[in-house]
Design a protein. Structure first.
Lengths: 281, 172
């Protein structure tokens, strides 16, 4: 009897888990699986506490050892800040002139989007999954929010829970980004290779693409806005009968991420079309 | 009480995972502390308990690792059930049998994960390398053997301490 009960329970559990897996294969909700979100909300503070303690211990040790070099570095950084502030003043006047010119010729200028800072709690490079756990505090996050750093595109939010969010990196094997070659505006799909690189697919053989070309987001996939840097073309060789095989080196150093920025999620397609329709009336 | 011990062991595995990931990002690809918890408790309970232990641990892993939620839960449920069945049929008092169960559990878990990923994602699914799979099996065997050795030593010391304590009481 016990054996029969165990077999029935096994069947029920496996069917439930298969149902859960199959729903995720097609679903693209704003919050992600509820259980995943709840678990992240519970486990995130523990992970943050432990990495915080480790970071604190490491910080105390390095401070004791490097006081003199830190003071010298501090002086150097002050000089750099002064130089950057002067450069910022110059650039602000350039930006003002650009915006005025844009208005004058009716050019649709890029809106300045608010950036939401998030601390990286830890990076998980399990054998085939590439993700980050970030802390967004009480500001919250939404699934499909693009994540960037100072150098370029990091990935997108795939699950949220409490004040934490899980980010799928662009180098993950299941990641796909609508991309384009900045120089020629030729579009393709940037897919992660599961290690540290990206492949740009669906670039026709007759397209002009060469090593050194910058690859940016095309804004065609409904997730990432246009113009975010992804990487630089490293190698181009013939692929299939129709398309090139293009290898791209990401601009972001995923092993050195300390904090990232979350961009606002793009509006849903139905909401976007309704908004456009009301504008046209 | 066993449930509390399982929860403590699960938390311990999570701490080991966190420290390991901080030391090296490749740690989870080679060492699976959660598998050790599943095999350890599944050998000591019946198939029903082992399935629940596998499901709970797998859901916990999925919440940490990301990707498809339920992937590790499916694999660990199968592993828990398999280990419990093997423990009923094999004399697990022998150390060699227990070590073999650890190896078989690691291999079974990797096989189920690969099959699931292939069926869900298709031919382009990311598969673990052979080195990674062998590494997980080897580390599971070594860590499982170390755990068994520590447990038997602890039991011996505990029983000798109890004998000494009861011996002192007798002569009062």
């Amino acid at each position: 009897m016990g054996g029969r009960a165990a077999r029935w329970l096994l069947v029920l559990l496996l069917l439930g888990e298969l149902l859960l897996l199959s729903r995720q294969a097609s679903k693209r909700g704003r919050e992600g699986p509820l259980l995943a979100g709840a678990a992240i909300g519970v486990l995130g503070p523990v992970a943050r506490g432990i990495t915080g303690v480790q970071h604190g211990i490491g910080t105390v040790g390095s401070r004791l050892r490097t006081r003199k070099s830190v003071m010298a570095e501090n002086d150097k950084l002050r000089e750099q800040v002064s130089a950057l502030e002067r450069q910022l003043l110059r650039l602000q006047s350039v930006e003002g002139a650009f915006l005025r010119l844009g208005d004058a010729v009716g050019y649709a200028r890029r809106t300045r989007q608010p950036l939401q800072v998030a601390d990286v709690v830890y990076a998980d490079y399990a054998s085939w999954l590439r993700s980050l756990l970030v802390y967004v505090a009480d500001k919250g996050a939404r699934v499909d929010q693009p994540v960037v750093d100072e150098h370029g595109l990091v990935g997108r939010v795939i699950a949220v829970g409490g004040g934490y969010a899980k980010v799928q990196l662009v180098t993950d094997r299941t990641s796909a980004v609508g991309a384009m070659i900045e120089r020629t505006s030729r579009q393709g799909v940037a897919r992660g290779n599961g290690h540290s690189g990206i492949a740009l697919d669906y670039v026709p053989l007759q397209a002009d693409v060469r090593p050194g070309d910058r690859v940016i987001t095309a804004g065609i996939d409904g997730v990432y806005p246009r113009g975010i840097a992804i990487g630089v073309v490293r190698e181009v060789r013939p692929g299939t009968q129709l398309f090139h095989h293009v290898e791209v080196t990401p601009l972001v150093d995923f092993g050195a991420l300390d904090h990232v920025y979350l961009l606002p999620a793009l509006p849903d397609a139905p909401a976007l079309s309704e908004s456009l329709s009301s504008d046209l009336r | 009480m066993t449930f509390v011990k399982f929860l403590v062991a699960l938390l311990g595995a999570y701490l080991v995972h966190l420290v390991g990931v901080t030391v090296s990002p490749r740690f989870p690809g080679v060492v699976d502390p959660f598998l050790l918890v599943i095999v350890w408790y599944s050998m000591r309970t019946g198939p029903v308990g082992a399935e629940l232990i596998g499901t709970a641990t797998g859901l916990f892993q999925d919440a940490i690792f990301g990707g498809f939620f339920g992937l590790h839960a499916f694999a660990d449920t199968v592993v828990g059930y398999g280990v419990a069945l093997a423990a009923q049929r094999v004399v697990v008092g022998q150390q060699a049998a227990r070590v073999l169960i650890f190896a078989a559990a690691a291999a079974l878990q990797q096989l189920v994960l690969v099959v699931l990923l292939r069926s869900m994602v298709g031919a382009g699914s990311p598969l673990p390398s052979l080195g990674s799979v062998l590494g997980k099996i080897v580390t599971s065997v070594l860590l499982g053997a170390a755990l068994i050795s520590m447990e038997s030593r602890a039991r011996t010391q505990w029983s000798s301490w109890q004998r000494r304590r009861s011996g002192r009481l007798r002569f009062r």
